[in-house]
Every structure is written in C-alpha cells, then in structure tokens.
Ligand binder design. Sequence first.
Ligand code: DHB
Ligand code: MG
Length: 221
Amino acid sequence: DPSATWAEVDDYFAAALAGEDDALVHAAESAAATTMPEAAVTANQGAFLALLARVAGARRVLEFGTLAGYSTIWLARAVGEQGHVVTLELEERNAAVARQNLVRAGVAERVEVRVGPAADSGRALVEAGVEPFDLVFIDADKPSNPLYLAAALELTRPGAVIVVDNVVRGGAVLDADSDDPRVQGVRAVVDAIAANDGLEATTLQTVGGKGWDGMIVARRR
Ligand code: DHB
Ligand code: MG
C-alpha cells in the first residue's frame, strides 16, 4: 500500500522541516471540536503556505475557510508582526475554537475572524474598499470556489498569489459528469482560471497524511 509510505514520508519531512510548535499541534488536535474534523491542511502544507506568503512578501492575507485556524496560524506567522490576516468562517462554533488557537499561537492581534457565509463576508470586504490582499487562500465549501475566486480577483492586485485547496480529491476531479457538487466546484474554478488571461497557474498534487489531493497556485499577472 503506497499510501502508508506517503504518510510516513509526510511525517518524516514534517518532523524534519515543518517545525510545528505546541500551538500548532494543539490547533490540529482541536479540529476534533469543529464541524469538519478532518479538513485542516497538513503540517507540510501549512509550511508550504507560509513559504509562499514569505516568498511573495505578503503583508495582507485573506483566507476563505477557518475551521480551527490551523492554516491561519501558519499564514499569520508568515506575514509577521506588522501583517494582517482576515479569515472567513461560516460557523460561530468553529470561529470560537479558532480564536482560542490564535491566542495560544500569539497571533490573535494580527488576525480578524469574520463569521458568516464567506461569499457574503467577501462581498462586504469589496464594498468596504479594504486595502488589497497579497495572498488569498481559498479553502471553504468547494461548490462556492468560483464565487471565492471572483471575490479574490476584486480584492487583490497584480502580483498577488491565489491558492485553492482540495482540487484533486483522490482523482475525482477527472469526472466531468460527477454528481458531487464539490467536484463541480473545483472544475468550475479550474475553468475560470484557465479562461482568465490575467492569471498564471499550476496545480501541485500532494500525497501524505490527507491522502491524494492538491492545490492550485495562481498568480495575478
Ligand atoms: C474537505 C475540505 C477541505 O478543505 C479539505 O482540506 C479536505 C476535505 C471536504 O470538503 O471534504
Ligand atoms: Mg482544505
């Protein structure tokens, strides 16, 4: 079973390089108290997101989908003390878990958790004319991916990085006729990115603790 090896290799690199501290370990464990216990990114994926943010020199990050705030902590640390993260979460119950984790991680003062449907919160940010974001991580309900991409494009400038999680789904993305709305949400956002000359993008397939999945990494031209 190769997937057993993937998970072991994931653990090996996470232990060697990802450097999870107690606050991140606790945040990962507290996912059990959220409405989606298995959805957090892995340590290696969190470190990858943080590296992307650093390489991009990101100071302002927008995240669709908070849950326990595990990826939020990685991103908040990456933007530094002067940086700012806005993270959008549907459920107050999850936001409460996340806020505790952000305090424990020492980044609560640079993170704003907004509760409600992320499409509504995104629109409110557009209407408020907030300062543009440098990196957007789209990781909420998958059927709304196209809406979140549209909001991300309104809330960023050229040079910004847009990442979309869970775009491989164990290979299910290949099924154009899938009756899974999450697969259709992925395929729709792939089509939207492909049709947008203002975006350059690729997909990074990932294996490891969460099985076989992947992220789109896009950049605004
Ligand atoms: C699901 C959502 C996620 O964000 C994730 O990383 C894994 C799974 C899901 O909707 O099943
Ligand atoms: Mg995800």
